[in-house]
Write a protein that binds this ligand. Structure first.
Ligand code: ADP
Ligand code: NI
Length: 195
């Protein structure tokens, strides 16, 4: 049986992320949570704080334009310790790729790894094109820094080298190789080299 704070948070994010088509849907949160639990297996981590942070990590994503303070206000309604509340907030703050923060706890390192694993591989490719479609960005284009393909160089191809845990590094290696082979194939078809 799940902790009441987890049940309450599942309800909260299910409502908040409903209808998202930018790669931040409930399925992303479920995968990040599952990946995080897998990476944490056998380690003495705060599983409750990690689960809450995994579920809440994209609530205030600036790309989604939501209020600052939403997560803090939600955490105030939960039956958790003040230290856990602070830990969850810190993990979420540190999970942001654009802020480039180093994780200050093992749980935070695991959350970064889990979120970044979901941005690479087949799912990462799919989310990238979904995001580009939702924003009206192009597929690929000479010198178009906002194209979906440009996002691979800008961010996705760098992630495999930034994993903190051994398990994530192993998973990332395979996902990275798949992206590289997808990009080779894309380039070949785009330029007509395969015809
Ligand atoms: P995360 O959930 O890992 O914090 P982001 O909020 O950065 O991810 O973005 C959500 C998804 O959209 C990710 O798969 C990411 O790679 C993709 N994405 C983010 N920015 C862009 C962009 N400019 N073009 C294409 N895809 C993007
Ligand atoms: Ni995320």
């Amino acid at each position: 049986m799940s902790h009441p704070a987890v049940l309450e948070t599942e309800r909260y994010v299910t409502k908040l992320h409903a209808g998202d088509h930018t790669g931040h849907d409930m399925a992303h949160l479920d995968r990040v949570r599952r990946l995080a639990m897998h990476l944490a297996e056998g380690e003495a981590v705060d599983g409750l704080a990690l689960t809450l942070a995994a579920l809440l990590h994209d609530v205030e994503d600036e790309k989604l334009g939501r209020d600052k303070g939403l997560v803090a206000r939600h955490l105030d309604t939960l039956p958790i310790d003040p230290e856990q509340r602070a830990h969850v907030l810190r993990m979420i703050e540190e999970s942001s790729f654009s802020k480039g923060r180093s994780p200050s706890s093992r749980e935070s390192a695991i959350l970064q790894d889990a979120d970044r694993l979901d941005a690479i591989g087949a799912i990462g490719i799919a989310r990238t094109f979904q995001f580009a479609g939702a924003r009206g960005n192009s597929l690929h284009g000479e010198g178009d820094p906002k194209s979906a393909i440009a996002h691979f160089e800008e961010k996705l191809l760098r992630l495999a080298n930034q994993m903190h845990t051994k398990r994530a590094r192993r998973i990332a290696r395979e996902r990275h190789a798949f992206m590289v082979s997808f990009l080779d194939r894309f380039e070949a078809e785009w330029t007509g080299q395969d015809i």
